[in-house]
Ligand binder design. Structure first.
Ligand code: PBG
Ligand code: ZN
Length: 340
C-alpha cells in the first residue's frame, strides 16, 4: 500500500492544518451519541453521597437525581446506565430486593427518569452482586460449598430484567457473566411481550479486572469471600473473550461490550471486526476513571486532554459507545468548544 514515502513525499502534508487533521480523524470523533453515563442511585432519597475512591462521582437519590441530570441532558446527554445501591439489610440469598420498589430504588428511579426526561434512553445494569448477602453475581445455595447455581442464577436475572423492562427500562445490560444469561433474558423478555422493544446490551467480554475496586466501594458490591474468577474472564485470554462475544451474538445479544476498556483495546478491535453489525460498547471502568483523575491531580497530565485521548483510543479501536463517568464533563467541554 502506498504511504507517500516511496517518492519521498512523506505524510506531514496530510495533517498540517486543523481541518486536515480532522479529516484524518473523522471516524473517531467524540459526540454525545458516543457516550453513555453510568449513575449510582442510593436507597437514600435525599442522597448526594461522595465516593472517596471516585473523586467527583456521587450516589444520587430519588429526590436529587433529576436536578443532577437536568443540565447534563441540556448539554446533549443521550443515554444513562442505572446502578441501584441498596441498604445492606435488604440483601439476601437470591437478591430478592432488586425489583422491589420498597427495598430498591431502581424501579422508582426508572419511572421517575422516564417521565422527567422522555428523550433520554434508560439502560439498567442487571446483576445480583449488589443485592445478594455474599456479594457474588450469581445465586449460591447454602449447601453448595460456595459454588454458584448457574441455572437458578439466570432464571433470577431474567426475572429482574423483565421487572426493570416493565418499569420502563429501555435497555437491559446484564453484567453477571453467568453462562446462558443472554438467552434466558431474551426469552423472558419475549414471553413478557417486551421482546420487540427492549434490547439486550451484553457485558459480553468482561474480565476479572483489578480496575473495578472503586466501583465496588461505590455500589457496596464486593464479594464477601473468594473472587469473581470462576465467572469473569481470565485477563490474558483473547480466545475466551472472542468466544464469549460469539456466544452472546448467537444467544441474541443486540449490542456487545468489552470491559474494562483501556487495557483491552485489542479485543475491542478484534470483536468489532468479527461482529461489525453489532454496536460495540467499551466500559471505561471506575479504576480507569480514578487513575486519570488522580494522575492529573498529581500533575502528570491535563485531565481534559487525557480524557479525550482515552476516548479517542476507544473510538479508534472500533467502539461505537463509551460508558464513561466523565460523560458530564465531556459534554460540557463539547458545548463550550462548539460555542466559540
Ligand atoms: C456488577 C458490575 C461491576 C461493574 C459493573 N457492573 C463490578 C463487578 O463486576 O465487580 C464495574 C464497573 C466499574 O468498575 O466502573 N457486576
Ligand atoms: Zn455483579
Amino acid at each position: 500500500m502506498a504511504s507517500g514515502s516511496k517518492f519521498g513525499f512523506g505524510l506531514h502534508s496530510g495533517f498540517g492544518h486543523p481541518v486536515l487533521r480532522q479529516w484524518q480523524e473523522n471516524n473517531t470523533q467524540i459526540s454525545a451519541s458516543n457516550l453513555m453515563y453510568p449513575v449510582f442511585i442510593s436507597h437514600d432519597p435525599n442522597g448526594e453521597e461522595e465516593i472517596p475512591s471516585m473523586p467527583g462521582v456521587k450516589r444520587w437519590g430519588l429526590n436529587t437525581i433529576t436536578t443532577h441530570l437536568k443540565p447534563i441532558v441540556e448539554n446533549g446527554l443521550t443515554s444513562i446506565l442505572i446502578f441501584g445501591v441498596p441498604k445492606t439489610d435488604v440483601k439476601d440469598e437470591t437478591g430478592s430486593a432488586a425489583e422491589d420498589p420498597k427495598r430498591s430504588p431502581v424501579v422508582p428511579v426508572i419511572q421517575l427518569i422516564r417521565k422527567a426526561f422522555p428523550n433520554l434512553l434508560v439502560a439498567c445494569d442487571v446483576c445480583l452482586c449488589t443485592w445478594t448477602n455474599h456479594g457474588h453475581c450469581g445465586i449460591i445455595p447454602q449447601d453448595a460449598n460456595g459454588q454458584i447455581d448457574n441455572a437458578a442464577s439466570i432464571k433470577r436475572l431474567a426475572q429482574i430484567a423483565v421487572a426493570f423492562a416493565r418499569a420502563g427500562c429501555q435497555v437491559i445490560a446484564p453484567s453477571d457473566m453467568m453462562d446462558g444469561r443472554v438467552l434466558a433474558i431474551k426469552t423472558a423478555l419475549k414471553e413478557a411481550n417486551l421482546g420487540r422493544q427492549v434490547p439486550v446490551l451484553s457485558y459480553s467480554s468482561k474480565f476479572a479486572s483489578c480496575l473495578y475496586g472503586p466501583f465496588r466501594d461505590a455500589a457496596g458490591s464486593a464479594p464477601s469471600f473468594g473472587d469473581r474468577k470462576t465467572y469473569q474472564l481470565p485477563l490474558g485470554s483473547a480466545g475466551l473473550a472472542i468466544r464469549a462475544a460469539d456466544r452472546d451474538v448467537e444467544e441474541g445479544a443486540d449490542m456487545l461490550m468489552v470491559k474494562p476498556g483501556i487495557f483491552y483495546l485489542d479485543l475491542i478491535s478484534k470483536i468489532k471486526e468479527r461482529h461489525p453489525n453489532h454496536p460495540m460498547f467499551a466500559y471505561q471502568v471506575s479504576g480507569e476513571y480514578s487513575m486519570l483523575v488522580r494522575g492529573s491531580e498529581a500533575g502528570l497530565f491535563d485531565l481534559d486532554t487525557a480524557i479525550m485521548e482515552a476516548l479517542r483510543s476507544f473510538r479508534r479501536a472500533g467502539t461505537d459507545v463509551i460508558i464513561s463517568y466523565f460523560t458530564p464533563r465531556v459534554l460540557e467541554n463539547l458545548r463550550i468548544s462548539q460555542k466559540v
